[in-house]
Design a protein around this ligand. Structure first.
Ligand SMILES: [Zn+2]
Length: 442
């Protein structure tokens, strides 16, 4: 800088101060600010893995953080916040979200046949589902599996063990059923399944083998657990610090589940035909009116803080597959969507699970996310249902499901903003599981 330039700069500063002094007298002028220092900078460790330059949605339901940052050390999240608050050393490994959205890895809380490492890698992890919860696991398949497999990184999987039920009860097959005949046997079944590594216990209350929303010629009834057996299972499961999840496809046995004190209801307890008044009004085409007796049961689910995992897309797609007319297809939608919509309006908690596995394999469960939006949930709530709440019903919310310091580092980045368009969840650009980068591929 030349001497002349220095003098001009000094003069400019004096003028600025003089103007300011004049203004201070009349109008409360602030002195010219000093050049801006970085905001209270937290210094990031040189060996950290950092994801930044994106919107952070942390999965707790909190509003998104624009220009956010997630800092990872080894396999844990150590910080989440505004990028401006963090100073990055040149050595830090930085993954650029390129203006996309940084989220917790998605948890699909209800899937089947997910133990294979290739399924966990190609269907789940690479599509952003970092955790899958297998809800009917044969005893022979129950083994804890690492995220690093012989084929590379794969999604976590937690499992329930076989469905505990009466002999010949749902689901009727040997390998997916753990048959019990009395409360003592039921307690021992829980102990064995937990000892083999189950994260939760799965039951079924299914009175018959058919539940389409129109009258059928015949229904074959199937055996079910008694209230005493159910209560024994719930008490024993809770003694192990785990949750009881119950397949419940119709309202018929809902009261029994409520009396037993179960923790989640899987699927939708579909109302009886006489308990639902189907709408013919085109302006309200997907939502019917429910009988007060059924509404009272929904209110009881809410009051008992039971989480609903409605698996809506599976139910509706399955039902529509049997519906030969448009009217019946519409019936399928009203039958499944209306109870969930009312449950949500009453303040009930919903977790995402899509029941994929046997006939269909999904990756990112966007179809289920769309169904949850269609019952009135906000996009932020749908993401919370797919992360924090889903991890909770799988029994792992203490370590997974949100972007918070101390949680395991399962983080994804999608292009775009799913709060504006849920389809953005399909556009995966980064996947980190247990602090290791799985996408983009090395
Ligand atoms: Zn299922």
């Amino acid at each position: 800088m030349t001497g002349l330039h220095k003098r001009i700069e000094r003069l400019n500063k004096l003028i600025a101060r003089g103007i300011c002094l004049l203004l201070l007298i009349g109008a409360g002028c602030q002195p010219a600010p000093e050049p801006r220092a970085p905001r209270a900078a937290h210094v990031v460790s040189p060996d950290a893995l950092v994801v930044t330059n994106g919107i952070v949605i942390d999965g707790t339901g909190a509003p998104p953080i624009q220009d956010g940052i997630v800092v990872i050390a080894e396999n844990k999240i150590v910080a989440v916040g505004h990028a401006a608050d963090y100073a990055l050393p040149p050595e830090a490994r930085v993954l650029d979200a390129r203006g996309g959205t940084i989220l917790p890895g998605i948890v699909n809380s209800h899937v089947h046949e997910s133990m294979s490492p290739l399924v966990r890698q190609f269907y789940f992890l690479r599509r952003g589902v970092t955790t899958a919860c297998d809800l009917a696991t044969p005893l022979v398949s129950m083994k804890r599996v690492p995220v690093r497999t012989e084929y590379g990184l794969a999604a976590r999987v937690f499992f329930s063990g076989p469905i505990i039920n009466k002999p010949q009860g749902y689901p009727g097959t040997e390998e997916f059923l753990y048959a019990v005949n009395d409360p003592a046997q039921a307690r021992r079944a829980v102990d064995e399944v937990v000892a083999r590594g189950a994260s939760m216990i799965k039951l079924a209350l299914e009175p018959w083998n058919w539940k389409l929303p129109w009258e059928m010629a015949s229904r074959e009834t199937i055996p079910n657990l008694t209230l005493d057996e159910l209560r024994a299972i719930v008490a024993q499961t809770h003694a192990h610090g785990k949750l009881v999840r119950v397949h419940l496809g119709t309202v018929e046995m809902l009261d029994l589940a409520l009396d037993a004190g179960v923790d989640t209801i899987e699927h939708v307890p579909l109302p009886r035909l006489e308990e639902i008044e189907f709408q013919t009004d085109a302006s309200n085409r997907d939502f019917a009116k429910l009988a007060p007796v059924y509404e009272a049961q929904l209110a009881r689910i809410v009051q008992q803080k039971i989480v609903l995992v409605p698996t809506l897309d599976k139910i509706i797609t399955w039902c529509e597959g049997y519906a030969v007319t448009d009217a019946r297809k519409r019936l399928c939608r009203q039958y499944a969507l209306t109870p969930v919509r009312r449950f949500y309006q009453m303040g009930g908690t919903i977790a995402l699970g899509d029941d994929s596995g046997f006939e269909t394999r999904t990756g990112m469960p966007v179809a289920e996310m769309r169904r949850l939006l269609s019952v009135g949930m906000t996009s932020l709530q749908v993401i919370q249902a797919s992360t924090q709440t889903a991890a909770r019903v799988c029994g792992h919310s203490d370590e997974l499901g949100t972007l918070e310091p101390g949680k395991l580092a399962d983080v994804i980045v999608v292009k775009g903003n799913p709060l504006n368009d849920i389809e953005a969840m399909n556009w995966i650009s980064i996947v980190i599981v247990d602090g290791q980068v799985a996408v983009p591929f090395k």
